[in-house]
Design a protein around this ligand. Structure first.
Ligand SMILES: Cc1cc2nc3c(=O)[nH]c(=O)nc-3n(C[C@H](O)[C@H](O)[C@H](O)COP(=O)(O)OP(=O)(O)OC[C@H]3O[C@@H](n4cnc5c(N)ncnc54)[C@H](O)[C@@H]3O)c2cc1C
Length: 298
């Protein structure tokens, strides 16, 4: 099978995932595959299905909690599908799923197109960010998307227009239905003043440095903010700041961040997330919803 896969992209066996997730959990994958093109991705999925293997699409690994054990299947990275096109005369940008969101923001601003400045500090790919409808400062990515190109379960490439995409705060139909691999998206932006965009980006960057523990590995906010409140405030009110399990700790700087302070395992992070959830539920009666995704924990 491995030789078959190699015809369509780069393949690594028993691959380390430690540098492919922002918590730096030392997970592994039986096969890690990076297709050269959309057609090659389709061929790879056919091979996976023929061999009855499970698979998972990995973006930049900045919103997931991996298991420590080896993933017994194929992890697909779309890092070779990373093209970005900016069309200033059409107020439009196009990005492939494996492109990094901050890079798209930067290239849009370089061409005096504005709208996505809120996303400059979100370290995800276009695919992962559309899947979870990434957002900040009351803006979210799907508000700016005019269409998403996907691969459906029957391996057909389809374009889904904005009016047919359902989404809300930190979720989307892609996350709820899990039927599609996101391949690319088009964005509608506005002509703007480049220096104004750069000022917004710098202001937000300073705010993140001041409020988030960016010096430690993490995957950003762990829980969604409940309506009218903040997950961080609730966690702090339960005296959980600084609480540790193994190498994982509730950040003292921002209580909705869990940080890897000392070679945390996936199990440390998983157990700490459960502990925070259960403590907040017991003490405040608020059932926090996790924003990050547990991969392969059942
Ligand atoms: C320091 C820090 C700050 C952060 N700040 C923010 C923030 O302000 N706002 C915010 O929303 N998030 C934030 N995050 C979280 C994270 O960066 C975003 O959620 C990001 O959009 C996740 O993208 P990813 O490529 O890393 O996805 P991954 O973590 O790799 O994957 C997340 C999910 O998306 C799925 N997926 C990935 N690519 C595809 C694809 N092509 N097709 C189908 N499914 C796919 C995966 O299977 C997985 O289920 C932050 C994270 C960090 C570490």
């Amino acid at each position: 099978m491995i030789n078959e896969l190699k015809q369509y992209g780069s393949v690594e066996e028993n691959a380390s995932l430690k540098n492919l997730n922002t918590y730096h959990i030392a997970g592994k994958a039986k096969y890690l595959v990076s297709p050269n093109s959309i057609n090659d991705l389709i061929q790879i999925i056919k091979i996976i299905k023929e061999n009855d293997l499970q698979y998972f699409v990995l973006g930049n690994g900045s919103n997931i909690v991996l298991n420590d054990r080896e993933y017994n299947g194929v992890i697909i990275r779309l890092n070779q599908l990373n093209g970005i096109e900016i069309h200033p005369q059409l107020n439009m940008a196009y990005a492939e799923a494996g492109a990094m969101l901050p890079k798209l923001v930067q290239e849009a601003v370089n061409n005096s197109l504005m709208g996505l400045e809120f996303a400059a500090g979100i370290p995800g790919t276009i695919g992962g960010s559309i899947y979870g409808n990434a957002g900040a400062y009351n803006s979210c990515i799907l508000d700016y998307v005019t269409s998403v190109t996907v691969l459906d379960e029957d391996l057909n490439v389809k374009v889904i227009e904005h009016e047919n995409i359902t989404y809300s705060y930190r979720t989307s139909m892609f996350k709820e239905e899990k039927k599609y691999i996101i391949l690319a998206a088009k964005f509608f932006l506005k002509e703007g003043d480049q220096s104004n965009s750069l000022n917004i980006i710098e202001d937000r960057r300073q705010r993140r440095i001041a409020s988030q523990p960016l010096e430690y590995p993490s995957a950003g906010s762990v829980f969604r903010n409940p309506e009218g409140d903040f997950a961080g405030r609730l966690i702090e009110s339960c005296d959980l700041k600084g609480y540790r399990i193994g190498g994982a700790e509730v950040s003292s700087k921002h209580a909705n961040f869990i940080i890897n302070v000392n070679n945390a395992t996936g199990k440390d992070i998983y157990t700490l997330i459960k502990h925070v959830h259960d403590t907040v539920l017991e003490k405040t009666n608020v059932d926090l919803h996790i924003e990050q995704e547990f991969i392969d924990w059942e």
